[in-house]
Design a protein around this ligand. Structure first.
Ligand SMILES: Cc1cc2nc3c(=O)[nH]c(=O)nc-3n(C[C@H](O)[C@H](O)[C@H](O)COP(=O)(O)OP(=O)(O)OC[C@H]3O[C@@H](n4cnc5c(N)ncnc54)[C@H](O)[C@@H]3O)c2cc1C
Length: 58
């Protein structure tokens, strides 16, 4: 996850840099292992991604 397509697969909204109808929601797109008990963080970031995905593509 990151802003630069050269160094990341998805942006901060979990939207794929090239495939603009693909979101990768879940811990797999974290840039590093999170702290213990990551499920709530994964859910929060995924819910934010889902909300942002409803509107027009950026
Ligand atoms: C033993 C254990 C205990 C844990 N306890 C806690 C805890 O107490 N609190 C906490 O916050 N976190 C805990 N975690 C961590 C937490 O479970 C994970 O971080 C979290 O589930 C990751 O969520 P995810 O959605 O990224 O991936 P996952 O929950 O792994 O979901 C990935 C999904 O993709 C599916 N899938 C895989 N390949 C394919 C495919 N090719 N096609 C279609 N579907 C596919 C899988 O079946 C799965 O349903 C624990 C983990 C383990 C292993």
């Amino acid at each position: 996850m990151g802003a630069d397509p050269a160094t990341s697969v998805v942006n901060g909204d979990k939207l794929h840099h090239s495939l603009r109808n693909l979101y990768v929601r879940g811990g797999s797109s974290f840039t590093m292992g999170s702290t213990a008990n990551p499920s709530l963080t994964i859910a929060a970031v995924s819910l934010r991604s889902a909300r942002r995905g409803v509107g027009p593509r950026r």
